[in-house]
Design a protein around this ligand. Structure first.
Ligand code: MN
Length: 229
């Protein structure tokens, strides 16, 4: 008989208005899903197939709050995003089938070490150091909804000033299309979150900054950048 050498905390996201929590297995992220952000990153916003990277589930910061300024960067960026949680198994699905697999939505921040991401891009290396790190994925409570969100204002303020502003209807790939495409490559299901990309206006933060992310119909995400740690 074998037993675990030690136990690890299961990453979870709260569910709005419930005592239950949503356990997280994987965190997928879509790159460049808004034309304005694709342009500001120097890319062609034409409808090329979506691409993905992932964050470790223990990057999540449920409920936001204070996060340390990340180590190893001098250009820590915010990316405000709609997050979708899956509630059903879905594999090689059509967008119609994928739409039925949504459990709910949340507001998330895809915090990014932009200097490290850009350095990796330049020499064709993976993005992990730039994207998947401790405290890099603040997220609100999930709001259960059987219907994928497809419209509504999305914005991010830093110290009371609007930096990012857009509408979910500007997503190049809709929520059902993203799930359907990603499901060609993974057996998606319970415990899977998808960060669906960010509108234009990404910029650097510094210790002491207060970020407030909003998406119509979802809770506010408030994050303060603490000292480097
Ligand atoms: Mn992002």
């Amino acid at each position: 008989m074998t037993s675990a050498l030690f136990t690890l905390a299961q990453p979870v996201v709260p569910i709005l208005g419930q005592d239950n929590v949503y356990p997280v297995r994987r965190v997928f992220c879509v790159g460049r899903n808004y034309a304005g952000h694709a342009r500001e990153m120097g890319s062609d916003p034409n409808r090329e197939p979506p691409f993905y990277f992932s964050k470790s589930a223990d990057s999540l910061v449920p409920g936001g709050g204070t996060i340390p300024y990340a180590p190893g960067t001098s250009n820590l960026h915010h990316e405000i995003e709609l997050v979708v949680a899956l509630g059903k198994t879905v594999f090689q699905a059509t967008p119609e089938q994928a739409a039925g697999a949504v459990y709910g939505h949340a507001v998330g921040l895809d915090m990014t070490r932009r200097d490290l991401q850009n350095a990796a891009k330049d020499i064709g290396r993976p993005w992990d150091l730039g994207k998947s790190f401790e405290f890099s994925a603040p997220i609100t409570a999930l709001v259960p909804s059987a219907t994928p969100m497809g419209a509504g204002a999305i914005s991010l303020e830093v110290n009371g000033q609007t930096r990012q502003k857009g509408d979910l209807n500007e997503m190049i790939w809709s929520v059902p299309e993203v799930i359907a495409h990603l499901s060609q490559f993974y057996h998606l299901g319970l415990g899977d979150l998808i960060y669906t990309g960010t509108p234009e206006g990404v910029s650097a933060v510094k210790p002491g900054d207060t970020l407030v992310g909003r998406i119509d119909g979802l809770p506010e995400l408030a994050v303060t950048i603490g000292p480097a740690a």
